[in-house]
Design a protein around this ligand. Structure first.
Ligand code: BGC
Length: 420
């Protein structure tokens, strides 16, 4: 393939990566989620990645990435409350060693949505003991695994709270605002303390969360209530976490109610900011919906909708990067990708978003990495196995992996734009 010869904007140490999560690739007999979604009954090991990991890591080498974000399946490492599985720890160490042998920088996520079943049954996030349990896991990992500098403590902490404590669609399946606020405090307390533990063992570590950011818009521009919802959602979803990292206080404020302030020990406990960006969401006030809000994806710019019905809105990536740049920290796009059976759609999505990153770099934004979601087709939370985010297509019967043109194209993007 011919490589363009235009001025390279991406810095030589820019991290070109892909992102995955353990459970979505390999399942786990001990995870809370295994029993949560019956679609996993027939495919508990999903893509079989836990056994096929060497072959899958080789795909990263073929792509030419220099970074890889992946998570540890806590329930494999600590299947029972007082039992550690040393083989599972050794397994993840082997993953890291292989990556290092390919000169690929590992970025490890400690928590990506799933928990050991015993944790969810006995110490879910609204109980104080959750803090000690998570930190014990963190310390065990950080004191044992060698060769990791980049750490994500929590993937999408707000999504954990929305799904588990407000909508009740993910474990622990509650719809309980007061408990959601306690869980928020406990999760972010864990982040702050995990930050210290990681730095104690690895002084030059780089630690963050991967925060899901979205662009919000009023359904009807002329409607003041829709505009108010947009403002509220934008503040809460995108800005309140940034403020909390700057001040150590979460301010939760909904229209027509008093603000709630929650102190958390996270002030300045962040070395870079991880952003997962996928889409824009339109909002309208609807008294018949939960909390008076109705969400919708609309194809306003003609970029289309993904297989999950999400609006493709590349310009939104620039917006959220600008919001996050308030932190004055290196920014990493820790996830960006599209669910589609159509490879051309994937290629277009990827190109448009990478173009935005390039423009942001030209404008001086401190973007240091782009991680495509995801390497191979996987299990999509509550949506099953036919949501195709992968650069490689997985046949879930034979477990064979086949490159799509999007894999070739990502390799081309990396080659043509990087100064590696
Ligand atoms: C999550 C992934 C998920 C992806 C697509 C992100 O919010 O971190 O686990 O598969 O979105 O829905």
């Amino acid at each position: 393939m011919k490589v363009q010869n235009k001025k390279k904007i991406f810095p030589s140490d820019f991290q070109w990566g892909v992102a995955t999560s353990a459970f979505q690739l390999e399942g786990s007999p001990h995870a809370d989620w295994t029993n949560w979604d019956s679609c996993l009954n027939n495919k508990p090991l999903i893509t079989g990645h836990y056994n096929l990991f060497r072959e899958d890591l080789k795909l990263l080498k073929d792509l030419g990435v220099n970074a890889y974000r992946f998570s540890l399946e806590w329930s494999r490492i600590q299947p029972r409350e007082y039992t550690w599985d040393e083989e599972a720890i050794a397994h993840y160490q082997e993953v890291i060693d292989i990556l290092r042998s390919y000169s690929i920088e590992p970025m490890v996520t400690l928590h990506h949505f799933t928990h050991p079943r015993w944790f969810m049954e006995r110490h879910p996030w609204h109980r104080t003991a959750s803090i000690e349990k998570f930190l014990r896991f963190t310390e065990r990992i950080v004191s044992t695994l060698k060769g990791v500098r980049y750490w994500i403590t929590f993937n999408e902490p707000y999504v954990i709270l929305l799904g588990g404590y407000l909508e009740g669609v993910t474990p622990p399946g509650l719809r309980d605002v007061p408990r959601s606020l306690v869980a928020l405090k406990n999760i972010f307390t864990c982040h702050g303390k995990a930050y210290d533990i990681i730095h104690r063992y690895i002084p030059d570590a780089q630690v963050s969360v991967a925060h899901n950011m979205s662009v919000f818009a009023p359904w009807k521009r002329w409607n003041p209530l829709d505009r108010l919802l947009k403002k509220t959602a934008n503040y809460f979803y995108n800005h309140s976490i940034i403020n909390a990292f700057q001040t150590g206080v979460f301010i939760v404020k909904f229209p027509f109610s008093r603000a709630v302030e929650i102190e958390v020990p996270i002030k300045d406990k962040i070395d870079f900011f991880g952003i997962n960006y996928y889409t824009r969401i339109h909002l309208r006030f609807n008294p018949f919906k939960k909390m008076g809000v109705e969400l919708r994806h609309m194809d306003i710019d003609g970029n289309g909708l993904t297989n999950l019905g999400w609006e493709i809105h590349p310009r939104g990536l620039e917006k959220v990067l600008r919001y996050a740049s308030r932190l004055n920290l290196p920014l990493f796009i820790t996830e960006n990708g599209i669910a589609s059976h159509d490879t051309e759609e994937k290629v277009k999505y990827m190109k448009k978003h990478v173009d935005i990153v390039e423009r942001c770099l030209r404008d001086g934004l401190n973007v240091r990495g782009y991680f495509y979601w995801t390497l191979i087709d996987n299990y999509e939370w509550l949506q099953g196995l036919d949501v195709r985010f992968g650069l490689y297509r997985v046949d879930f019967e034979t477990l064979t992996r086949t490159p799509t043109f999007a894999a070739t194209y990502y390799a081309y993007i990396i080659q043509s734009r990087s100064n590696m």
